[in-house]
Write a protein that binds this ligand. Structure first.
Ligand code: SF4
Length: 105
């Protein structure tokens, strides 16, 4: 399972393509931030943090998650069900985002 990170100034959004059902709530909800025709497809700084969190929370599958970077409460859990495990922090620069691989065990 691969989760890619998209870091903004105040918020980091992460995306796991394996969980995405392409329902497009994100793209319709906040096209300035979520645009599948652009690389990187998530630009977390393109809208106020509150709007980004609202749209991420509307993702029906947990494919999108966020973490506030000011250390305040309101961070989402890093993993949804079945994703517990170590993070190896591998990166992939060719797609415009960081990659975090979650492994069981
Ligand atoms: S809202 Fe979630 S499930 Fe729907 S397209 Fe966006 S990332 Fe995929």
């Amino acid at each position: 399972m691969t989760r890619r990170n998209y870091r903004g100034t105040d918020i980091q959004v992460s995306f796991d393509a394996d969980l995405c059902i392409h329902a497009r709530e994100c793209v319709r909800g906040l096209p300035a931030v979520f645009n599948r025709g652009r690389r990187p497809w998530i630009l977390a700084d393109n809208a106020p943090t509150e709007e980004v969190t609202r749209v991420v929370e509307d993702c029906p599958t947990g494919a999108l998650q966020y973490r506030l970077l000011d250390g305040s409460p309101g961070e989402q859990p890093a993993a949804t069900s079945g994703q517990a495990g170590a993070v190896d922090g591998a990166r992939a620069g060719d797609r415009g985002g960081d990659v975090t691989r979650l492994t069981n065990g």
